[in-house]
Design a protein around this ligand. Sequence first.
Ligand SMILES: C[S@@+](CC[C@H](N)C(=O)[O-])C[C@H]1O[C@@H](n2cnc3c(N)ncnc32)[C@H](O)[C@@H]1O
Length: 150
Amino acid sequence: MRLAIYAPDIAQNTGTMLRLAACLGVGVDLIAPAAFDMTDRAFRRAALDYLDAVTLQRHESFTAFNQDRRGRLVLLTTHGAIPHTQFAFQPSDIVMVGRESGGVPQAIHDRADARLKVPMRPPLRSLNVAVTAAIVLGEALRQTGGYPVS
Ligand SMILES: C[S@@+](CC[C@H](N)C(=O)[O-])C[C@H]1O[C@@H](n2cnc3c(N)ncnc32)[C@H](O)[C@@H]1O
């Protein structure tokens, strides 16, 4: 199981997701461009000292990421047709979140093997991106037996 973060805008959210990935033992694909760099204070404060514990791969573009990827691309989007709890995850899946300001471009929607939503009460628009990642990775690891043994 991996988490792909597409062109993030907000340093704290990415720091929080890297901390999440470190704790859960999930590798991360970080797809440029990001609106901040790894020296950003807010990013480092959110990631704590867990950066060394993350298996992190950076990609200069979605095209580069897509050429390297081995698993299914499972896109999380408020436009998804399938609730995440009704999807059968595989251990090799790559769960992708979009950018805070606008998700992902249509071309990435078209490349996704599945598009999932976390159901919400209408008319509310969206969850925080890091909260979304935590909810869905939790379900994906539960289904696939991928939680770390502590
Ligand atoms: C602020 S939202 C962007 C909203 C945009 N309409 C979209 O769905 O891509 C940032 C990211 O959080 C994730 N997200 C937020 N709420 C979600 C939900 N209810 N279901 C699935 N993904 C969600 C998506 O990955 C989204 O790209």
